[in-house]
Design a protein around this ligand. Structure first.
Ligand code: BGC
Length: 421
């Protein structure tokens, strides 16, 4: 068997977000949340990776590895530091980032909102504010007017389906409330409206495709399993609502990390799967609690997204692994890309794959412990140290080909993907 070839215009990128990498996002809701007593955040973001100053180096690394796309987010809390006051200097900063991408031949994929809010908006209720959609539209309009001509792909809101759940039900994002389902649904509606208004505002200033990036995990139901109301399943239903609400968009951003398995007696515990021959066996895990090592999850989520969106182009805006073992990361990306290749061969319209993430960065309430990066970052000097996976992935991107033999990661061979349904 020969190498597996990808289309010439396929995007191979790395993803980041502003708050997780820039550092000192002082004017945001997350900054306060991290420093408040009693929140579940392991440690504050502080200087993060200092990418606010070191973005030329980051963009240079992405290009040097051989990738052809960079996904990053622009920070609302910097661009609109007080309500209605927009900063030309901050917009110029993000313009310089876009110019740096273009100068190195990278397609910039820009997210307008990745989890964080300006403090002034948080003080008005944040996502719950009845003015949320209108304010988001105005911010998108201003930012796209300044940046639109340089953007390659525009994403409105990152994982909007999780905003209500994380902030008002599970309490791991600001405002850290638990069990308030009414507020959660109000947030879902506000954010859905915000996506539509924001997308329309961005389109006024760019020819780039505009879409939303949704989190879908591969939900696998074994014979006899009955879909129920576990948090993952409820979340998947909200994702599907967002997919319906984004029918007018030019593409869907798909973000998948793992699979969830359900048997006749309900959700399987993390790391357990039922094997016909051996009964319940352990499956390999990642450092994220409950996230199984299962790169083939993309097969299920690509097929489902394509079906529900009537074949809209898909950009894989996030997929990655938190692990201390870089060889395991190489095996993960290898298997993920093999799965993508299979889906391309089945005829799915997939435009690119963005590995999450470029740098070991601030993993929200997990602090800096989980290591998703292709590049390690010294927490004091901010020196960047590319890992072997960065060069390995860069070679695949450069040649737009995967070697015929799959990378095996010891000790457990990677299980095969679930068959198409
Ligand atoms: C988010 C990223 C996060 C990653 C890994 C995604 O849900 O968009 O910000 O770092 O998952 O947890």
């Amino acid at each position: 068997m020969g190498d597996l070839l990808f289309p010439d215009n396929f995007l191979f990128g790395a993803s980041t977000s502003a708050h997780q990498t820039e550092g000192n996002n002082l004017n945001s809701d997350w900054w306060d949340f991290e420093l408040a007593e009693g929140t579940p955040v392991f440690e504050p973001s502080g200087d993060a990776c200092d990418s606010y100053h070191r973005y030329p180096e980051d963009i240079g690394l992405v290009a040097d590895f051989g990738l052809n796309a960079y996904r990053f987010s622009i920070e609302w809390a910097r661009i609109e530091p007080s309500e209605g006051r927009f900063s030309n200097a901050e917009l110029a900063h993000y313009r310089r980032m876009l110019e740096a991408c273009r100068a190195r031949g990278l397609t910039p994929v820009v997210t307008f909102h990745h989890f964080t809010l300006p403090r002034w908006l948080d003080q008005q209720g944040g996502f719950l504010s009845p003015k949320f959609a209108e304010l988001f539209e105005r911010y998108c309009d201003r930012a796209a007017r300044a940046l639109g001509d340089l953007i390659g792909w525009a994403c409105t809101i990152n994982e909007p389906e999780g905003a209500g759940d994380a902030g008002w039900v599970v309490g791991i994002h600001p405002p850290g409330i638990k069990g308030d389902h009414d507020s959660m649904w109000r947030v879902v509606n506000n954010v859905m409206d915000a996506h539509k208004r924001g997308a329309a505002a961005i389109r006024r200033h760019t020819d780039a495709p505009v879409g939303v990036t949704l989190a879908f995990q591969d939900m696998q139901y074994e014979d006899g399993a009955v879909p129920g109301h576990t948090p993952w399943e409820d979340n998947a239903r909200v994702s599907e609502m967002f997919l319906e609400a984004s029918a007018d968009d030019e593409f869907v951003g798909l973000q998948t990390y793992t699979r969830l398995r359900f048997g006749p007696e309900g959700e399987r515990g993390p790391g357990l799967k039922s094997d016909k021959k051996n009964g319940l066996v352990e499956t390999p895990m990642t450092t994220m609690v409950g996230w199984e090592f299962y790169p083939q999850a993309l097969a299920g989520t690509i097929r489902r997204t394509a079906k529900l969106s009537a074949g809209k182009p898909i950009l894989l805006t996030e997929n990655g692994i938190g692990t201390m073992e870089d060889e395991k990361r190489i095996a993960f990306i290898d298997h993920a890309l093999r799965t993508v290749h299979e889906c391309l061969a089945e005829g799915f319209d997939i435009r690119g794959y963005m590995y999450w993430t470029l740098l070991d960065n601030f993993e929200w309430s997990g602090g800096f412990e989980p290591k998703f990066g292709l590049v390690a970052v010294d927490r004091t000097t901010f020196e960047r140290k590319p890992k072997p996976s960065a060069y390995w992935y860069g070679n695949v991107a450069r040649s737009k080909a995967l070697p015929a033999g799959a990378v095996q990661w010891p000790p457990v061979p990677v299980p095969s993907a679930a068959p198409a349904t």
